[in-house]
Design a binder for this molecule. Sequence first.
Ligand code: XMP
Length: 200
Amino acid sequence: MNSAASAVPVRLTDLPVPAPHAGDVDAVLIPAEQLQERITSLAAQISADYAGRDTVIVALLSGTVMFLADLLRRLEFPLRLDFMGVSSYGGGTESGQLVYTKELKLGIRGRHVLVVDDILDTGKTLRSVTAKLAELGPASLKTCVLLDKPERRTGRFDADYVGFRIPNLFVVGYGLDYDERYRNLPFVGVLKPHVYTEPA
Ligand code: XMP
C-alpha cells in the first residue's frame, strides 16, 4: 500500500479550542499530538523509500513551514533542501491565478525530487509545480502533502505521500494561514465563517 492510500481520514473533533483562538476558530480538526504521530510514520516511509538516493526536497513557501520542520528532522538520509515560492492571487478562501515568487536555486537534473506542500486542494498548484520541475530532468519526481481535500479537486492529481484526508472545510493553523494569520496555531483548525465574510 502506498502512503497516499494510507492517509488518515479525519473528522471535526469536539476538543476545546484553546482560549486565545476561540474567537476565530470554530473547532479543532487535527490536534498537535495526532499531527506528530502521523508525521513520524510518514517520515519513516519516506526514509525507507529514499535511502541511498541523491535527493532534493523542494518545499513550497510558506504554508509548509511547520510540517517541513517536523518532517525534515525525522528524515534519516542525506538530502538537499530548496524552496519554491508559489502564491495564488485572488485572496479569500478561493484560489486564483498562480504566481511564482521564488525559483529553485539547486539543479535537480538526475536527482530524486520530493515536493512538499501543506495542502492539496484543487490540485492547481501541484500540477503546475510538477510540470515545471519535470522539464528540468529529475531522476524521479514525487509529492508529499500534509493534508488532502479530495472533494475540491478540479482535475486529476494525486499526491504520493499524504498525511491526512480532510473534509471540504477551509483550515488554518500548523503553518496554514488566512490572510497571513493563524500560521502559529499548533493544531489544524476550522475558522469561524465570520472571519472571511466580514470586512477586516
Ligand atoms: P490548490 O487549489 O492549488 O491549493 O491545490 C493549494 C494551495 O491553496 C492554499 N489552500 C489553503 N490554505 N487553508 C489554507 O490555509 C485551506 O483550507 C486551503 N486550501 C488551499 C494553500 O496555500 C495550498 O498550498
